[in-house]
Design a protein around this ligand. Structure first.
Ligand SMILES: [Zn+2]
Ligand SMILES: [Zn+2]
Length: 267
């Protein structure tokens, strides 16, 4: 059974057909998914998915790309994070890919927003879901300064270099691979994946974006995460069943709130 550790089921492409998405997941052996929050405005919708489906969980956070939305503060994040089935803080991080004519210095607001999420992760003890694009040095620097070695989490949809992977691993973070791992031109990324210890690997779709081969360019869905697993299994020289098992166990280890809810529901 597979876990999709990062998806956006509240986005228009998927939200209107959740029942079909869930049926496809079941047919593909994908038994759990983590629904990622990208704005405070969106939180209720994301949380509702996790509340209504016993194999969905969610996070709370504001994506670095989102401007003109409610700015999070530590108190708001920690309050929302205390709701049932919220198991992580994010997605958060830094993204200098679309500077739109601004300098990196002018992106101080993004670094401050990231710092707020890190403080919330420290306050709650929840793992951080980190997004980084064209900003790896600053992402690591802010994590070190604000995290003080006291936060754990995952670098999601990893596309960075070996050095960045090693720095993230050194800080105790997991590395999550997406459908990009299946792309023909992603040999560099497969080389990095070969070096990430198996017990720190996660898999994700980041749906509705980044559909893996053979669905590249189409709307992605959690049901496609086995293709990511197969690509990572090939890199590691392992049967895909083993890869599925290990990444599911890693998901439980990092987002231990997932297990906690399962235990509570059994009692
Ligand atoms: Zn992201
Ligand atoms: Zn995402």
């Amino acid at each position: 059974m597979y876990v999709d550790s990062h998806c956006h089921l509240t986005f228009d492409e998927l939200h209107g057909r959740i029942d079909a998405v869930r049926a496809d997941m079941a047919a593909a052996g994908v038994d759990r998914a983590l629904c990622i929050c990208t704005t405070l405005e969106e939180f209720d919708k994301v949380h509702e998915l996790a509340q209504h489906h016993d194999n969905f969980w969610c996070t709370v956070g504001v994506h670095p790309d989102n401007e003109g939305v409610t700015e999070p503060d530590v108190a708001t994040l920690t309050t929302l994070a205390a709701r049932p089935r919220v198991v992580g803080i994010g997605e958060t991080g830094l993204d200098y890919y679309r500077l739109n004519g601004r300098s990196v210095a002018e992106m101080a607001w993004q670094r401050e927003r990231f710092a707020v999420h890190i403080r919330a992760a420290r306050a709650t003890g929840l793992p951080l879901v980190v997004h980084t694009r064209s900003a790896s040095a600053d992402t690591l620097a802010v994590l070190r300064d604000e995290g003080q070695g006291q936060v754990r989490g995952v670098f999601h949809c990893f596309t960075e270099t070996r050095e960045v992977a090693l720095a993230a691993l050194e800080m105790g973070f997991y590395i999550s691979f997406s459908g990009i791992l299946t792309f023909k031109n992603a040999q560099d990324l497969r080389d990095v994946a070969a070096e990430v210890p198996l017990d720190r690997c996660l898999i994700e779709t980041d749906s509705p974006y980044l559909a893996p081969v053979p669905y590249r360019g189409k709307t992605n869905s959690p049901a496609y995460v086995p293709h990511v697993a197969a690509a990572l299994a090939a890199v590691k020289g392992l049967p895909v069943e083993t890869l599925a098992q290990v990444t599911s166990r890693n998901f439980e280890a990092l987002f231990s709130g997932v297990l906690a809810t399962a235990t509570r529901e059994r009692e």
